[in-house]
Design a protein around this ligand. Sequence first.
Ligand code: ADP
Ligand code: MG
Length: 424
Amino acid sequence: MPARQYTVTPSAARLATSLRDIGYDFATAVADIVDNSIAAGATDIDIRFSADPCRVVISDNGSGMTANALNEALRFGSRREYSDGDLGRYGLGLKTASLSQCRSLTVVTRDARMVPPSVRQLNLDIIDEWDEWLIVDPGHSDSIDEAEAELTSRAGTIVIWENLDRAFPGRYSAGAWAKRRVDILKAKTEEHLALVFQRFIDGSAGRRATIRLDDLPLHAWNPFATAEPGTYELDAQSFDVSEAAHAGTVTLRRWILPARSSFSSPAEFERMGGPLKWNRQQGIYIYRANRLVQWGGWAGMRAIDEHTKLARCSLDFTTALDPVFSINVAKMRVSVPTSLKRRLEKPLHEICQMANERYRRSSQDEARKTRKAWVAGGGTDESAALALLSAAVQTGHYQPLTEMAAVLVAQAPNVARRLGLDRL
Ligand SMILES: Nc1ncnc2c1ncn2[C@@H]1O[C@H](COP(=O)(O)OP(=O)(O)O)[C@@H](O)[C@H]1O
Ligand SMILES: [Mg+2]
């Protein structure tokens, strides 16, 4: 240690307040609390809203915590080791996500041993008053009593947000305005959680968690519309990534979704447009340990384009690669390492070329239909045409395929039409 040293403890009041603006919105803050529940092995997560007074309660049946672990959990920068695949990372989420929305965070928790639940509160008003990193035993209140009652016979953790001064400022914290606001926040939260925890909700992560919003279970929203018969998947690709001491495998999967005219129903096409709608919902969905962290566009590798709106890809990385992907605290942004970007160029070009083709064909189809010029003859087997196209693009034979198509159109027009090659 250097001979002269000075301890300059941060001002708790100033720092805690400025950490409120670290970049969360309501839905992403709730998602960070749900992350903790999933990391604690929860299979049931209940999110309850009340408007008068405004309160959000997030309850799980995960491992729960001992009294000491709870104190540590409420430290900014909790000290603990992370195992592979753990959704936690910086030891901040519980505090920063909560305080981004409310002034009072209470945690009621109980681990598997049969001891009474522990209760602690992190309260911005108290931190402000004493300018110290304090947590307190808040005593009794209706919400705490209810939470304790819920944990009389099982382990789990209940997070209570009160005094939600951001979403419900001052005189808007009660009454009809607050009720409407709760409905809006609920709808946004539902959309967000259905997308980011899709693989946990539908079990494709290898484990399942039921998430309920005011007692209604969420339905997973799978961005790749894999249940649609017309969705087409190209071959998956894996990339070994290593930088400094960090190494792991990244997996890319690529889908082309059907155009409107080939979707099973117009309603399903609308639903699969997603929260951002078709154009902005295209691109790469980046998953960390099965939890979606970034989507909407091509992560800086291509521009959003109406012609490639049917293309959606997933990119999966493991927590061992966190430093390489520079995940931010709110778990809403990563940066794809430059070396990987270079290797993704070709596969992304392929999927975009094919998506463009499918989009173009569908607009031609539409035009044909409206001109009533679509001649009978069984139509086209669109999946055969896409498979041929896919193989041609991937082997670099797109041009020769178009030449063969021209010959077939001239010599065997029926075959060309059946395979959809007459429109290449
Ligand atoms: N719902 C929960 N169940 C069990 N433990 C929890 C829960 N929420 C938080 N914790 C504990 O508190 C710690 C701090 O959480 P957090 O501030 O979100 O940071 P991180 O998740 O990055 O570790 C977690 O590492 C975990 O040990
Ligand atoms: Mg966390």
